[in-house]
Design a protein around this ligand. Structure first.
Ligand code: NAG
Ligand code: NAG
Ligand code: NAG
Ligand code: NAG
Ligand code: NAG
Ligand code: NAG
Length: 435
């Protein structure tokens, strides 16, 4: 991926846009405070929301409908979270919903930034009164600028886009300055999280942008050792898997998932001769070792090419290999759990999301990168000893629920787990309910 940053000044037209939106935000705010003065607290006003979103048709309507439909339907959800209150900034659409014109934006593996935003605006945890908020969510979608060349998200614009969002919220409202952003929450759902670069060496060299260093970052990237790109308050989140797609998959496979005719499954990039890219090899050559060692073994179903129906293959498999790619995590972790295939995690030092809920050691196997050559023996041994226990643990629906994002917040789902993690960090918030 070629993602180069323009670290220097924004163009003058950008400055004009910012001035304009500052003004717009100010008007919205005045309107909001006026309307919340006129309307009583029980009829929650969504005027702030409407002001800047009126130009957007389908999505904002769905969001608006959802926003007006929740306080009555979701009381039990917020009660489990210590009365947590989140204020969601109503940013101009260029920061978020404009990107949804590309349908992939809300469905690809980095789409947690969209899903969490949607779940929050329609949830009872959301407050429209920033003065009573514990945390402030800044909804900027940075992973939806898909390259026309290779289809990957180009994230070169992420830093300037986030910087202008921070400039906007910090100049228009007092809450950022009050805490220097330490009660503000962002999503960084791609490789090397808050460093905003997909290559580790560049990510580490760039580091976390200065303006984000005090905030809370929701990120997929996580390791259990010190790393410059997670040297920030963070909550580890799972990659996004579309619950709709998965549900339709389960509908097809549902009856047959007990019959798993594939012993060991992996589909994905496996370079036969990995290139040395600035001193690093893809997957630290682990995937290459797997391919070379087991490609001829009939128990191993290894495929190197893309196939859109790969979830049906996971549903047919007993063990699903989850080796590192460039970064340790992959969407296979979530898909394997959801489809009942035992994840075989091969990514030394990986830190996994929501460990106290998911209890990964009960539902997965971990194989050190240096042991991939013995995978066949290791898996045979597990089959002869505790495979059925692991499979039984895997059938516990609370595990899958915790790893899935839903557009409407559900108790125990991935966004709920994030809120639960935030409720443990209440001592960072201005309201400081924990004292
Ligand atoms: C509103 O709530 C009802 C009852 O829970 C639900 O059936 C309906 O789908 C919701 N509408 C929207 C737009 O979320
Ligand atoms: C999308 O990414 C390309 C390539 O990195 C960049 O030139 C462009 O400015 C980005 N678009 C936006 C709207 O930020
Ligand atoms: C917050 O601080 C910045 C930088 O010091 C300043 O430009 C901005 O006006 C402040 N915001 C508010 C709302 O006072
Ligand atoms: C990979 O390339 C770097 C230079 O980019 C070189 O220093 C290193 O020795 C190479 N490693 C291997 C194993 O070839
Ligand atoms: C299953 O056995 C393997 C060793 O063969 C062990 O590493 C793993 O922790 C066990 N898992 C469970 C859930 O018992
Ligand atoms: C908040 O509490 C946690 C432990 O409960 C502690 O590790 C952390 O340092 C505290 N943070 C602040 C800002 O006081």
């Amino acid at each position: 991926m070629s993602t180069h940053l323009n670290r220097h000044g924004r163009s003058t037209s950008d400055h004009r846009i910012i001035k304009y939106f500052r003004w717009l935000l100010w008007i919205s705010l005045s309107l909001y405070f006026l309307s919340s003065y006129l309307i009583t607290h029980s009829t929650k006003s969504t005027s702030l929301f409407k002001t800047t979103m009126k130009h957007n048709s389908v999505v904002s309507h769905a969001l608006l409908d959802a926003a007006t439909n929740t306080s009555s339907t979701q009381p039990s959800i917020s009660s489990g979270l210590g009365g947590l209150k989140i204020y969601v900034y109503d940013l101009p659409s260029k920061f978020n919903i404009d990107w949804l014109s590309n349908e992939r934006c809300s469905n690809h593996l980095f789409a947690a930034e969209v899903a969490i935003h949607r779940a929050l605006v329609s949830s009872a945890v959301r407050t429209l009164d920033p003065w009573e908020a514990d945390f402030f969510f800044v909804p900027v979608y940075v992973s939806c600028n898909f390259s026309t060349v290779n289809g990957f998200p180009a994230i070169g614009h992420a830093r300037p886009l986030l910087a202008s969002a921070v400039e906007l919220v910090s100049s228009a409202m007092p809450f950022w300055n009050r805490s220097q952003g330490s009660d503000h929450v962002f999503v960084a759902s791609h490789d090397y999280g808050a460093c905003f670069h997909a290559m580790e060496d560049v990510a580490i060299a760039d580091g976390i942008p200065e303006f984000l260093k005090k905030s809370i970052i929701l990120q997929t990237f996580g390791v259990n050792y010190k790393h410059r790109c997670q040297d920030v308050e963070n909550v580890l989140i799972p990659p996004y898997i579309s619950p709709v797609k998965l549900q339709s998959m389960l509908g097809v496979a549902g009856a047959t998932t007990n019959e798993r005719d594939i012993w060991v499954f992996f589909r994905g990039k496996m370079e036969v001769n990995p290139k040395n890219i600035s001193g690093r090899f893809y997957s630290k050559r682990v995937r290459t070792d797997i391919w070379r060692q087991f490609n001829d073994n009939p128990k191993f179903y290894l495929r190197r090419h893309r196939f859109d129906g790969y979830q049906s293959e996971i549903a047919r498999s007993v063990f699903c290999l989850c080796p590192l790619g460039w970064a340790p995590w992959s969407p296979r972790l979530v898909e394997s759990v959801a489809l009942g295939c035992v994840p075989v995690i091969i990514a030394d030092g990986i830190r996994l999301p929501f460990p106290t809920t998911v209890r990964w050691s009960e539902i997965s196997l971990t194989v050190p990168e240096s042991d991939v050559g013995n995978l066949d023996d290791i898996l045979e041994h597990v089959a002869a000893t505790n495979l059925s226990i692991i499979q039984r643990n895997l059938r516990d629906p609370s595990k899958t629920r915790a790893l899935m994002f839903n557009d409407q917040l559900q108790r125990g789902d991935a966004t709920w787990q994030v809120l639960n993690a935030l409720s443990q960090k209440l001592n960072r918030s201005h309201s400081n309910k924990s004292q």
